[in-house]
Design a binder for this molecule. Structure first.
Ligand SMILES: O=P(O)(O)O[C@@H]1C[C@H](O)[C@@H](CO)O1
Ligand SMILES: Nc1nc2[nH]cnc2c(=O)[nH]1
Length: 294
């Protein structure tokens, strides 16, 4: 199907998945989506098979700085993984179903657990720049209006359109994340909270940040909700991590952030996020069973 057409079909997704399975020997059960400045995680994958997005039929292209635009297959912590080194955002002009489309490809190639990372702004005034927030739930501002990544893609082989997507972020994986973070000595810098996704690409006004905080969000970002919604809808377990790269200005005398600053800050904490994800992957059950919460 041509890029300009409205949506992709189940068969189009199968075509992408067949292409990947023909191109790599790996059959990963674990996938990682790397957020802005967090692509270094894919660089530590061993014995890599790298596939550029431009070589994959019907695949979107990365246009944001800090997103390289390639899939990296290989071994991480002795498990087969697939990493998206470059995610898609609605503000790049992609509809939400397309932003999340790679997750359906992951499902078809056999992925059962997804790690989603992003750079986000802190709304909770107890948070600090450099904190890592384990996402316990999200508020999708686009999803609350009329935009939803499940819209326009009603093939029930991916799940029923109205399937419940409560408990988006897996309890057992969150517990494992807290334990591993403690073992790695990340301690106080690791939080657990609610992510709100806005559309971007511009940052928000002081009034909007204050409103988002009152709604119950701890961090604000421009990604992740579509991929997570689609993953849960098709039965993939999800762990979400937001790296706090800036504090959202909630008073007008505080300085706003910009993408360069976000990338710079992400660099200083990327290795900690990387270690957390790698150690969690190494502790996932080998039979791919879910991680049971205690
Ligand atoms: O891909 P993520 O969500 O990590 O990217 C962040 C959020 C915005 O896209 C951008 C802000 O500069 O970085
Ligand atoms: N909307 C928004 N997205 C971000 N991504 C990283 N930091 C921010 C922020 O402060 N606001």
């Amino acid at each position: 199907m041509a890029e300009s057409e409205e949506t992709l079909t189940y068969e189009d997704i199968q075509h992408i998945s067949d292409f990947l399975l023909k191109t790599t020997k790996y059959r990963p059960k674990v996938a990682v989506i790397c957020g802005s400045g967090l692509g270094g995680l894919a660089d530590v994958v061993q014995e890599q098979d790298v596939i550029d997005y431009r070589d994959i039929p019907n695949f979107p292209q990365s246009t944001v700085q800090g997103h390289r635009g390639r899939l990296v297959f290989g071994h991480l912590a002795e498990k087969s993984v697939i990493c998206m080194q470059g995610r898609f955002h609605q503000y790049e002009g992609y509809p939400l179903w397309k932003v999340a489309m790679p997750v359906r490809v992951f499902k078809m190639i056999g992925v059962e657990t997804l790690f989603v990372t992003n750079a986000a702004g802190g709304l909770n005034r107890n948070y600090n720049i450099g904190d890592i927030m384990i996402v316990k739930d999200h508020i999708s501002m686009p999803g609350m209006t009329t935009d939803n990544p499940l819209k326009g893609f009603y093939d029930e082989r991916f799940g029923k359109p109205s399937s419940p997507v409560t408990e988006l972020y897996d309890r057992g994986l969150r517990e494992l994340a807290r334990r591993v973070a403690g073992d790695l000595g990340l301690g106080e810098a690791v939080r657990e909270g609610v992510l709100v996704q806005v559309g971007g690409p511009s940052f928000d006004t002081v009034s909007v940040f204050n409103m988002l905080r009152r709604l119950g969000a701890d961090c604000v970002g421009m990604s992740s909700a579509p991929e997570v919604t689609v993953a849960r809808h098709c039965g993939i377990r999800v762990l979400g991590l937001s790296l706090v790269t800036d504090m959202a200005p909630m008073e007008s005398d505080l300085p706003p952030t910009n993408h360069q600053e976000i990338l710079q800050t992400a660099k200083t904490r990327a290795v900690d996020v990387q270690n957390l994800v790698c150690e969690m992957i190494s502790q996932l059950p080998n039979n791919n069973d879910s991680v049971q919460p205690s």
